[in-house]
Design a protein around this ligand. Sequence first.
Ligand code: ZN
Length: 108
Amino acid sequence: MKNIRCRIQENSWLARVAARSLRVQSVAVVVGRTIYLHGASRERFLSDISWMRHEACHIKQYQQYGKIGFLWRYLAEYLQKGYYNNSLEAAARAAEEDSEILDGIEII
Ligand SMILES: [Zn+2]
């Protein structure tokens, strides 16, 4: 299978907005195949295997549902269940322990 090539964008305004609303210091937000970071450098993100696995799961969810499909599903679940109980987040949290989730993900 072809690798999914992803990129990292540091100091992202989108991730800053997410960090504020979640009341956390650092956050990553995935849109499509881009990982937007706030409060963390590329190096820090790449040194945190659980964090990378979590975001890799979101990248694969985007591949599965498409960009609009993912965002629609995410928003609908967020409004019903909030952040933590959102099934897309629950799957990404479970993926933090998944040693194979990063297979096929290439971060450039
Ligand atoms: Zn997540």
